[in-house]
Design a protein around this ligand. Structure first.
Ligand SMILES: [Zn+2]
Length: 107
């Protein structure tokens, strides 16, 4: 899966406004596809919740996520694992949550 804005793969996408916008896009059911072609979308980025850096915003995503087997700390970060055996990790919990959330929404 790649970011609709910057084309970075989900496992490599860093925290920040671009990832926050990607999460919001997934969260609202991809109804904001016009961002893709709107040259002004970058100015909208500051309007979204800071999912990838704010643990309280990120935790709201966890409550809406399905298929999560566990959330584990490891040396240097956090891992989310799904029932299908796939896992995703990141150096911070909010970033790990965002990556897991987007993966949980993917095909
Ligand atoms: Zn991006």
């Amino acid at each position: 899966m790649r970011c609709p804005h910057c084309a970075t793969p989900i496992h490599e996408h860093e925290a920040g406004p671009c990832l926050d916008a990607w999460v919001e896009w997934e969260r609202v059911g991809k109804r904001l596809r016009e961002w893709d072609i709107d040259p002004w979308w970058q100015h909208m980025l500051d309007c979204y919740p800071k999912f990838s850096t704010d643990i309280s915003a990120a935790w709201e995503l966890v409550e809406g996520m399905g298929g999560i087997h566990g959330f584990y700390p490891f040396a240097g970060g956090w891992y989310f694992c799904f029932y299908d055996g796939s896992c995703v990790g990141a150096p911070t919990a909010p970033l790990a949550i965002c990556r897991a959330y987007i993966m949980s929404r993917g095909e």
